[in-house]
Design a binder for this molecule. Structure first.
Ligand code: PGA
Length: 288
């Protein structure tokens, strides 16, 4: 139990938390009490992988097999649209299947775009927003990312807002400042009540896909500063109940130390989520 909140605060928010749309009507694997508001959340981000539907189904099945009924983590996979239906079938309800991206537009002449309503109609409750690859390769701005977040919330869905600094910003000790701006702009217009449907993924860009995982100390420092920003934007209770995940080259070798940090509530995993054995070890991390 990593929370240092007074019990009363946690219990007060229990009712609100359990009525969150993300959790209503859901049995395992998602947590259902405020004491578990920051239950570890392990997420795979498949990006443009794997190559075929058959591989996707095999991978999803392998990952679901690692999720026991009493698993210490909630588990989600953010997968390419074309695999959503078969991945959902393959995991048999043990793993949340989310979208990697949604368009803030509802319908119309936006060739290639996919709306929240479309993914929702396929039983999807979650989407990423603001992944660094979307920011850097596809030029998505904080304002566009904010529109995606607002659309997901408007539709009763959940969003994992990804934030993180570039290497040159890290070297200038600007990690926390960059994250503060991305949090404030990304979450603009999202109410305290709606924050129950938001998770944050801190992913230093220099650590994504590079094998250069942030040290637990570096990650903890930024996570703590993000929680402080959330407390300033909302209040301490909201900050204390929001899951902040770390992402960037997480592997079975690094997960235990990262998860031992008081403000790290899970991991958003790219490469290692494409290997069921590795991701199984991450889901079932060891408490150190
Ligand atoms: P990585 O990717 O684990 O391969 O570094 C993480 C991410 O981009 O979410």
């Amino acid at each position: 139990m990593k929370l240092s909140l007074p019990l009363a605060t946690l219990l007060t928010s229990a009712a609100a938390f359990t009525s969150s749309p993300a959790f209503v009507g859901r049995s395992a694997p998602f947590s259902t009490t405020a004491l578990d508001a920051r239950k570890p959340f392990m997420c795979g981000n498949w990006k443009l992988n794997p190559t075929t539907k058959d591989e996707a189904v095999e991978l999803a099945k392998g990952i679901a097999a690692a999720v026991a009924d009493d698993c210490i983590s909630d588990v989600a996979l953010f997968v390419p649209y074309v695999y959503i239906e078969s991945a959902k079938q393959a995991v048999g309800g043990k793993v949340e299947i989310g979208a990697e991206l949604i368009s803030p537009e509802e319908k119309g002449a936006f060739t290639g775009a996919v709306s929240t309503s479309m993914v929702k109609s396929m039983g999807v409750n979650w989407s990423l927003a603001g992944h660094s690859e979307r920011r850097t390769i596809f030029g998505e701005s904080n304002e566009y990312i904010n529109a995606q977040c607002l659309k997901l919330i408007e539709k009763g869905m959940n969003v994992m807002l990804c934030i993180g600094e570039l290497e040159e910003e890290f070297e200038k000790d600007l990690a926390s400042a960059v994250c503060a701006v991305q949090l404030k702009k990304g979450l603009a217009g999202i109410s305290k009540e709606d924050m129950k449907r938001v998770a944050i993924a801190y992913e230093p860009v220099w650590a994504i896909g590079t094998g250069k995982v942030a040290t637990p100390e570096i990650a903890q420092k930024v996570h703590a500063s993000c929680r402080k920003i959330l407390a300033e934007m909302y209040d301490q209770e909201t900050a204390d109940n929001t899951r902040i995940l770390y992402g960037g080259s997480v592997t079975p070798d690094s997960v235990d130390e990262l998860m031992a940090q008081p403000d790290i509530d899970g991991a958003l995993v790219g490469g290692a989520s494409l290997d069921a054995t590795k991701f199984a070890r991450i889901i079932n991390f060891k408490k150190v």
